[in-house]
Design a protein around this ligand. Structure first.
Ligand SMILES: Nc1nc2c(ncn2[C@@H]2O[C@H](COP(=O)(O)OP(=O)(O)OP(=O)(O)O)[C@@H](O)[C@H]2O)c(=O)[nH]1
Length: 380
């Protein structure tokens, strides 16, 4: 059996926040222009007719929720090391000590090259290696294991401040706005987050705010259906702010715990689309002045240093509050995590270690660093 959501009677007044002005004043021009038309919520997509908002392109649809979870069996969770060991970073480090069994300057020179090649960043790599070199010359390290332990400690210190898990608390709803450039894994990450929060027993709602890419809405609906999480959507090319505004209204009415909004992938150089993000954030504040409670920027771990300029630009427009670094499994260099931590100090909330629904991990600096470093020499 499918659960359908009730159609609002025609002419239903959209919910207004208690402090919202009854009618916009002349000074409130921006607010008039930016308050999106609210469309009725229906269970099916009816043809436009009387009672429907003439401004909106298509009705908002809450996807039917299958009664039994349709999630496919997930592969068993594999460890961080297993997932990270394929990266150039991990492979370089593990062969380093085999090729340079002696503690000498050549070993440290090569370590520096590995760090730089893995996108750790020149300053961090040089700082780190010069510190180890000074200690090596002072004969602080009895053997390669001791140097490895010091490297581990130095890497951990650099990540300590960004290990701050996201606490969605007990707001109704906690609003997460996801942003990022095309193809970084935003939609996939939303699907994984939906699964995670649902598994924690929270009510989740997704907003298909990526109205730009044809397949994006369908992709989100698939994730929603797979995890038994409803999705609010309008047609392609609908106003993204309108979809997300509607979704927040619905989430508030339903007492939803977490609302996760997708947005179109955009390059930080695309001015119009970047402005749209600012608009989405402003429109949400009309219903909840503190929303979005988290602006989660999704970054592709394989993009390297380019990720830094992306984040710089997005931060200016929409005030990013947390990061997800995806695709750290496979061939990702992974070092960008250190570069991001150094330049921004923004919390890294999650990392993507695969394409499956449970392949999103709360960022854990120790697990991450240990996944990159070879096991202590002499250990299996
Ligand atoms: N290996 C791996 N692949 C991932 C991960 N996260 C996402 N992907 C893959 O990356 C590709 C792009 O993911 P999407 O979620 O469609 O990316 P998007 O950012 O929503 O794309 P746009 O809508 O174009 O902006 C898909 O093939 C995903 O399966 C991850 O952590 N690891």
């Amino acid at each position: 059996m499918l659960k359908f959501w009730k159609k609002k009677p025609a002419g239903t007044t959209p919910e207004q926040p208690a402090d919202a002005p009854a009618s916009p004043s002349v000074e409130d021009n921006e607010s008039v222009a930016e308050t999106p038309a609210v469309t009725p919520i229906t269970a099916v997509e009816p043809a436009p007719g009387p009672g429907m908002d003439p401004v909106a392109s298509e009705p908002v649809v809450v996807e039917p929720v299958p009664e039994a979870p349709a999630a496919p069996a997930e592969p068993t969770r594999r460890g961080w090391r297993d997932r990270l060991s394929g990266s150039g970073f991990a492979r370089g480090l593990s062969s380093l000590f085999v090729r340079h069994p002696k503690l000498d300057d050549d070993l440290l020179d090569e370590l520096e090259t590995i760090l730089i090649t893995a996108d750790v960043g020149i300053e961090t790599s040089t700082e780190l290696v010069e510190n180890l070199r000074a200690r090596m010359h002072k004969r602080e390290f009895a053997d390669a294991d001791a140097l490895l332990a010091a490297l581990r400690q130095a890497l951990l210190v650099r990540l300590a401040l960004v290990e701050k898990p996201l606490d969605v608390g007990d707001r109704l709803p906690f609003v997460i706005l996801t942003v990022g450039i095309n193809g970084v894994g935003k939609t996939t990450t939303i699907g994984k987050l939906a699964r995670r929060y649902r598994d924690e027993g929270r009510e989740v709602l997704l907003a298909a705010g990526d109205t730009f890419r044809a397949a994006a809405v369908e992709q989100l609906k698939t994730w929603g259906a797979r995890n038994s999480v409803p999705v609010i959507s309008q047609g392609q090319d609908a106003d993204s702010a309108s979809v997300i505004f509607d979704a927040l209204q619905t989430a508030r009415a339903r007492g939803t715990n977490v609302l996760i909004a997708d947005t179109a992938g955009r390059l930080h150089t695309q001015g119009g689309l970047m402005d749209e993000l600012g608009k989405i954030a402003r429109v949400l504040k009309k219903l909840d002045p503190e929303a979005p409670h988290e602006v989660l920027m999704v970054i592709d771990g394989t993009t390297g240093q380019n990720a830094l300029s992306q984040l710089r630009q997005f931060r200016q427009i929409v005030g990013v509050t947390g990061l997800v670094v995806t695709k750290l499994d496979g061939t990702a260099k992974g070092g960008v995590v250190f570069a991001l931590a150094r330049e921004f100090g923004l919390p890294i909330r999650y990392v993507g270690l695969g394409e499956g629904a449970t392949d999103l991990r709360t960022f854990n600096a120790e697990a991450f660093v240990d996944g990159l470093l070879p096991p202590r020499l002499g250990q299996p």
